[in-house]
Write a protein that binds this ligand. Structure first.
Ligand SMILES: [Fe+2]
Length: 362
């Protein structure tokens, strides 16, 4: 998990950790629940200097939840590499490898917790819960602290892996990524992304209401809208923002959101009609073409394509006007691409049973 919100020449502060995946029956885990905050995490924590990883695992599990790990049961599961700007020390990158282990605990032994200040304030408690419940709680969880957001996102991703479901960013994580991206490359793309996100959520709600079923997940629609242009964090760019955004979100495990970065500029599924400079290598272009060919567009792709062409950074919320602005800026707008956007507008108006502008301006 590389948040890329630091400079490569900054110093590094490293603190590795060991974390326990303790299964309790088929679909349940023994987890730490932060009762005062509302998130779940795997028991575990920092490895002391000269401490063995397994010893750290056993110690941390005892301290955080009072369970006794059976040493012979410890098996390696995987490692998460984490890089982010340090919240504590200026011009420093926080680097952490979290080593995850599956293990069993002694069933009849619970000893006293021994919490540090932060853990005590958060109200750490042992909870035996289903993985789904933990995943859902974390996806709803909000925090202002950068360190917590990324820490919780890390364990959320492991919950999703254990369940075998796609990993989605939480709303909080998506907003954090956008704010960090805009801090790196300030520009009107922040307002544009927010406008697309809000409109996408409203349309998803309107579609569901009209169809009488949850056809689109409004939360996902918002998040995909918010992150569709995240590639712009790398600087002023054209088609490169599609490529960069896709790879950034893939590196965080967000396959669905990454796909939207890739597809949002190509409503006809071709790169031939791209409006703007081709500022990527031939090889990168080939990669985009191959990826596009392998994707089956769904309603989220279509929705963000439509809204990307409807919502301007200046508050514009009109398809014809925004496409007209783009045409004036670049000197052209391919007719089939233009027509396709009106087809998408009709498509969603049909699904929602309402005028597009009435929905998004409400
Ligand atoms: Fe874009």
């Amino acid at each position: 998990m590389d948040i890329k919100n630091y400079r490569d020449d900054w110093q590094r502060s490293r603190r590795d950790s060991a974390r326990a995946i303790i299964r309790m029956g088929d679909d349940k885990l023994a987890l730490v629940y932060a009762t005062k905050l509302g998130y779940y995490k795997f028991p575990g924590g920092g490895i002391h200097q000269d401490e063995d990883k397994s010893a750290a695992l056993i110690r941390e599990v005892q301290e955080e939840v009072g369970l006794v790990v059976i040493p012979q049961s410890i098996k390696e599961y995987g490692v998460v590499h984490r890089f982010q700007k340090s919240g504590k020390i200026a011009d420093t990158v926080f680097v952490q490898d979290s080593f995850y282990y599956t293990c069993d605990v002694e069933s009849d032994k619970i000893i006293n917790q021994n919490l540090d200040d932060y853990e005590d304030k958060a109200g750490f408690e042992l909870r035996i819960v289903s993985i789904k419940e933990a995943l859902d709680a974390n996806l709803k969880y909000r925090d202002d602290d950068d360190f917590n957001i990324v820490m919780i996102t890390r364990d959320t991703r492991v919950f999703a892996m254990l369940l075998g479901v796609p990993v989605e960013p939480s709303r909080c994580m998506a907003e954090y990524l956008l704010s960090e991206g805009v801090a790196k490359n300030p520009g009107p793309w922040r307002e544009h992304s927010l406008a697309v996100a809000r409109a996408a959520e409203k349309i998803a709600l309107a579609v569901n209401k009209n169809c009488g079923t949850e056809r689109l997940n409004p939360e996902h629609a918002y998040i995909y809208g918010l992150l569709h242009d995240i590639g712009r964090q790398e600087g002023y760019s054209y088609i490169a923002h599609v490529y960069d955004g896709y790879h950034f979100l893939m590196s965080l495990g967000y396959e669905n959101a990454a796909r939207i970065c890739l597809t949002h500029s190509f409503n006809l599924k071709t790169t031939e009609d791209y409006i703007g400079k081709i500022d990527i290598t031939d090889q990168q272009m080939e990669e985009i073409k191959k990826l596009l060919a392998s994707v089956e567009y769904d309603d989220y792709d279509r929705l963000i394509q439509l809204l990307d062409s409807t919502c301007g950074a200046d508050g514009t919320q009109n398809l014809e006007k925004r496409m007209g602005d783009v045409k004036a800026r670049y000197g052209y707008y391919p007719q089939p691409k233009w027509d396709k956007n009106f087809e998408l507008k009709e498509y969603f108006e049909h699904l929602a049973g309402q005028d597009l502008y009435d929905i998004i301006r409400e």
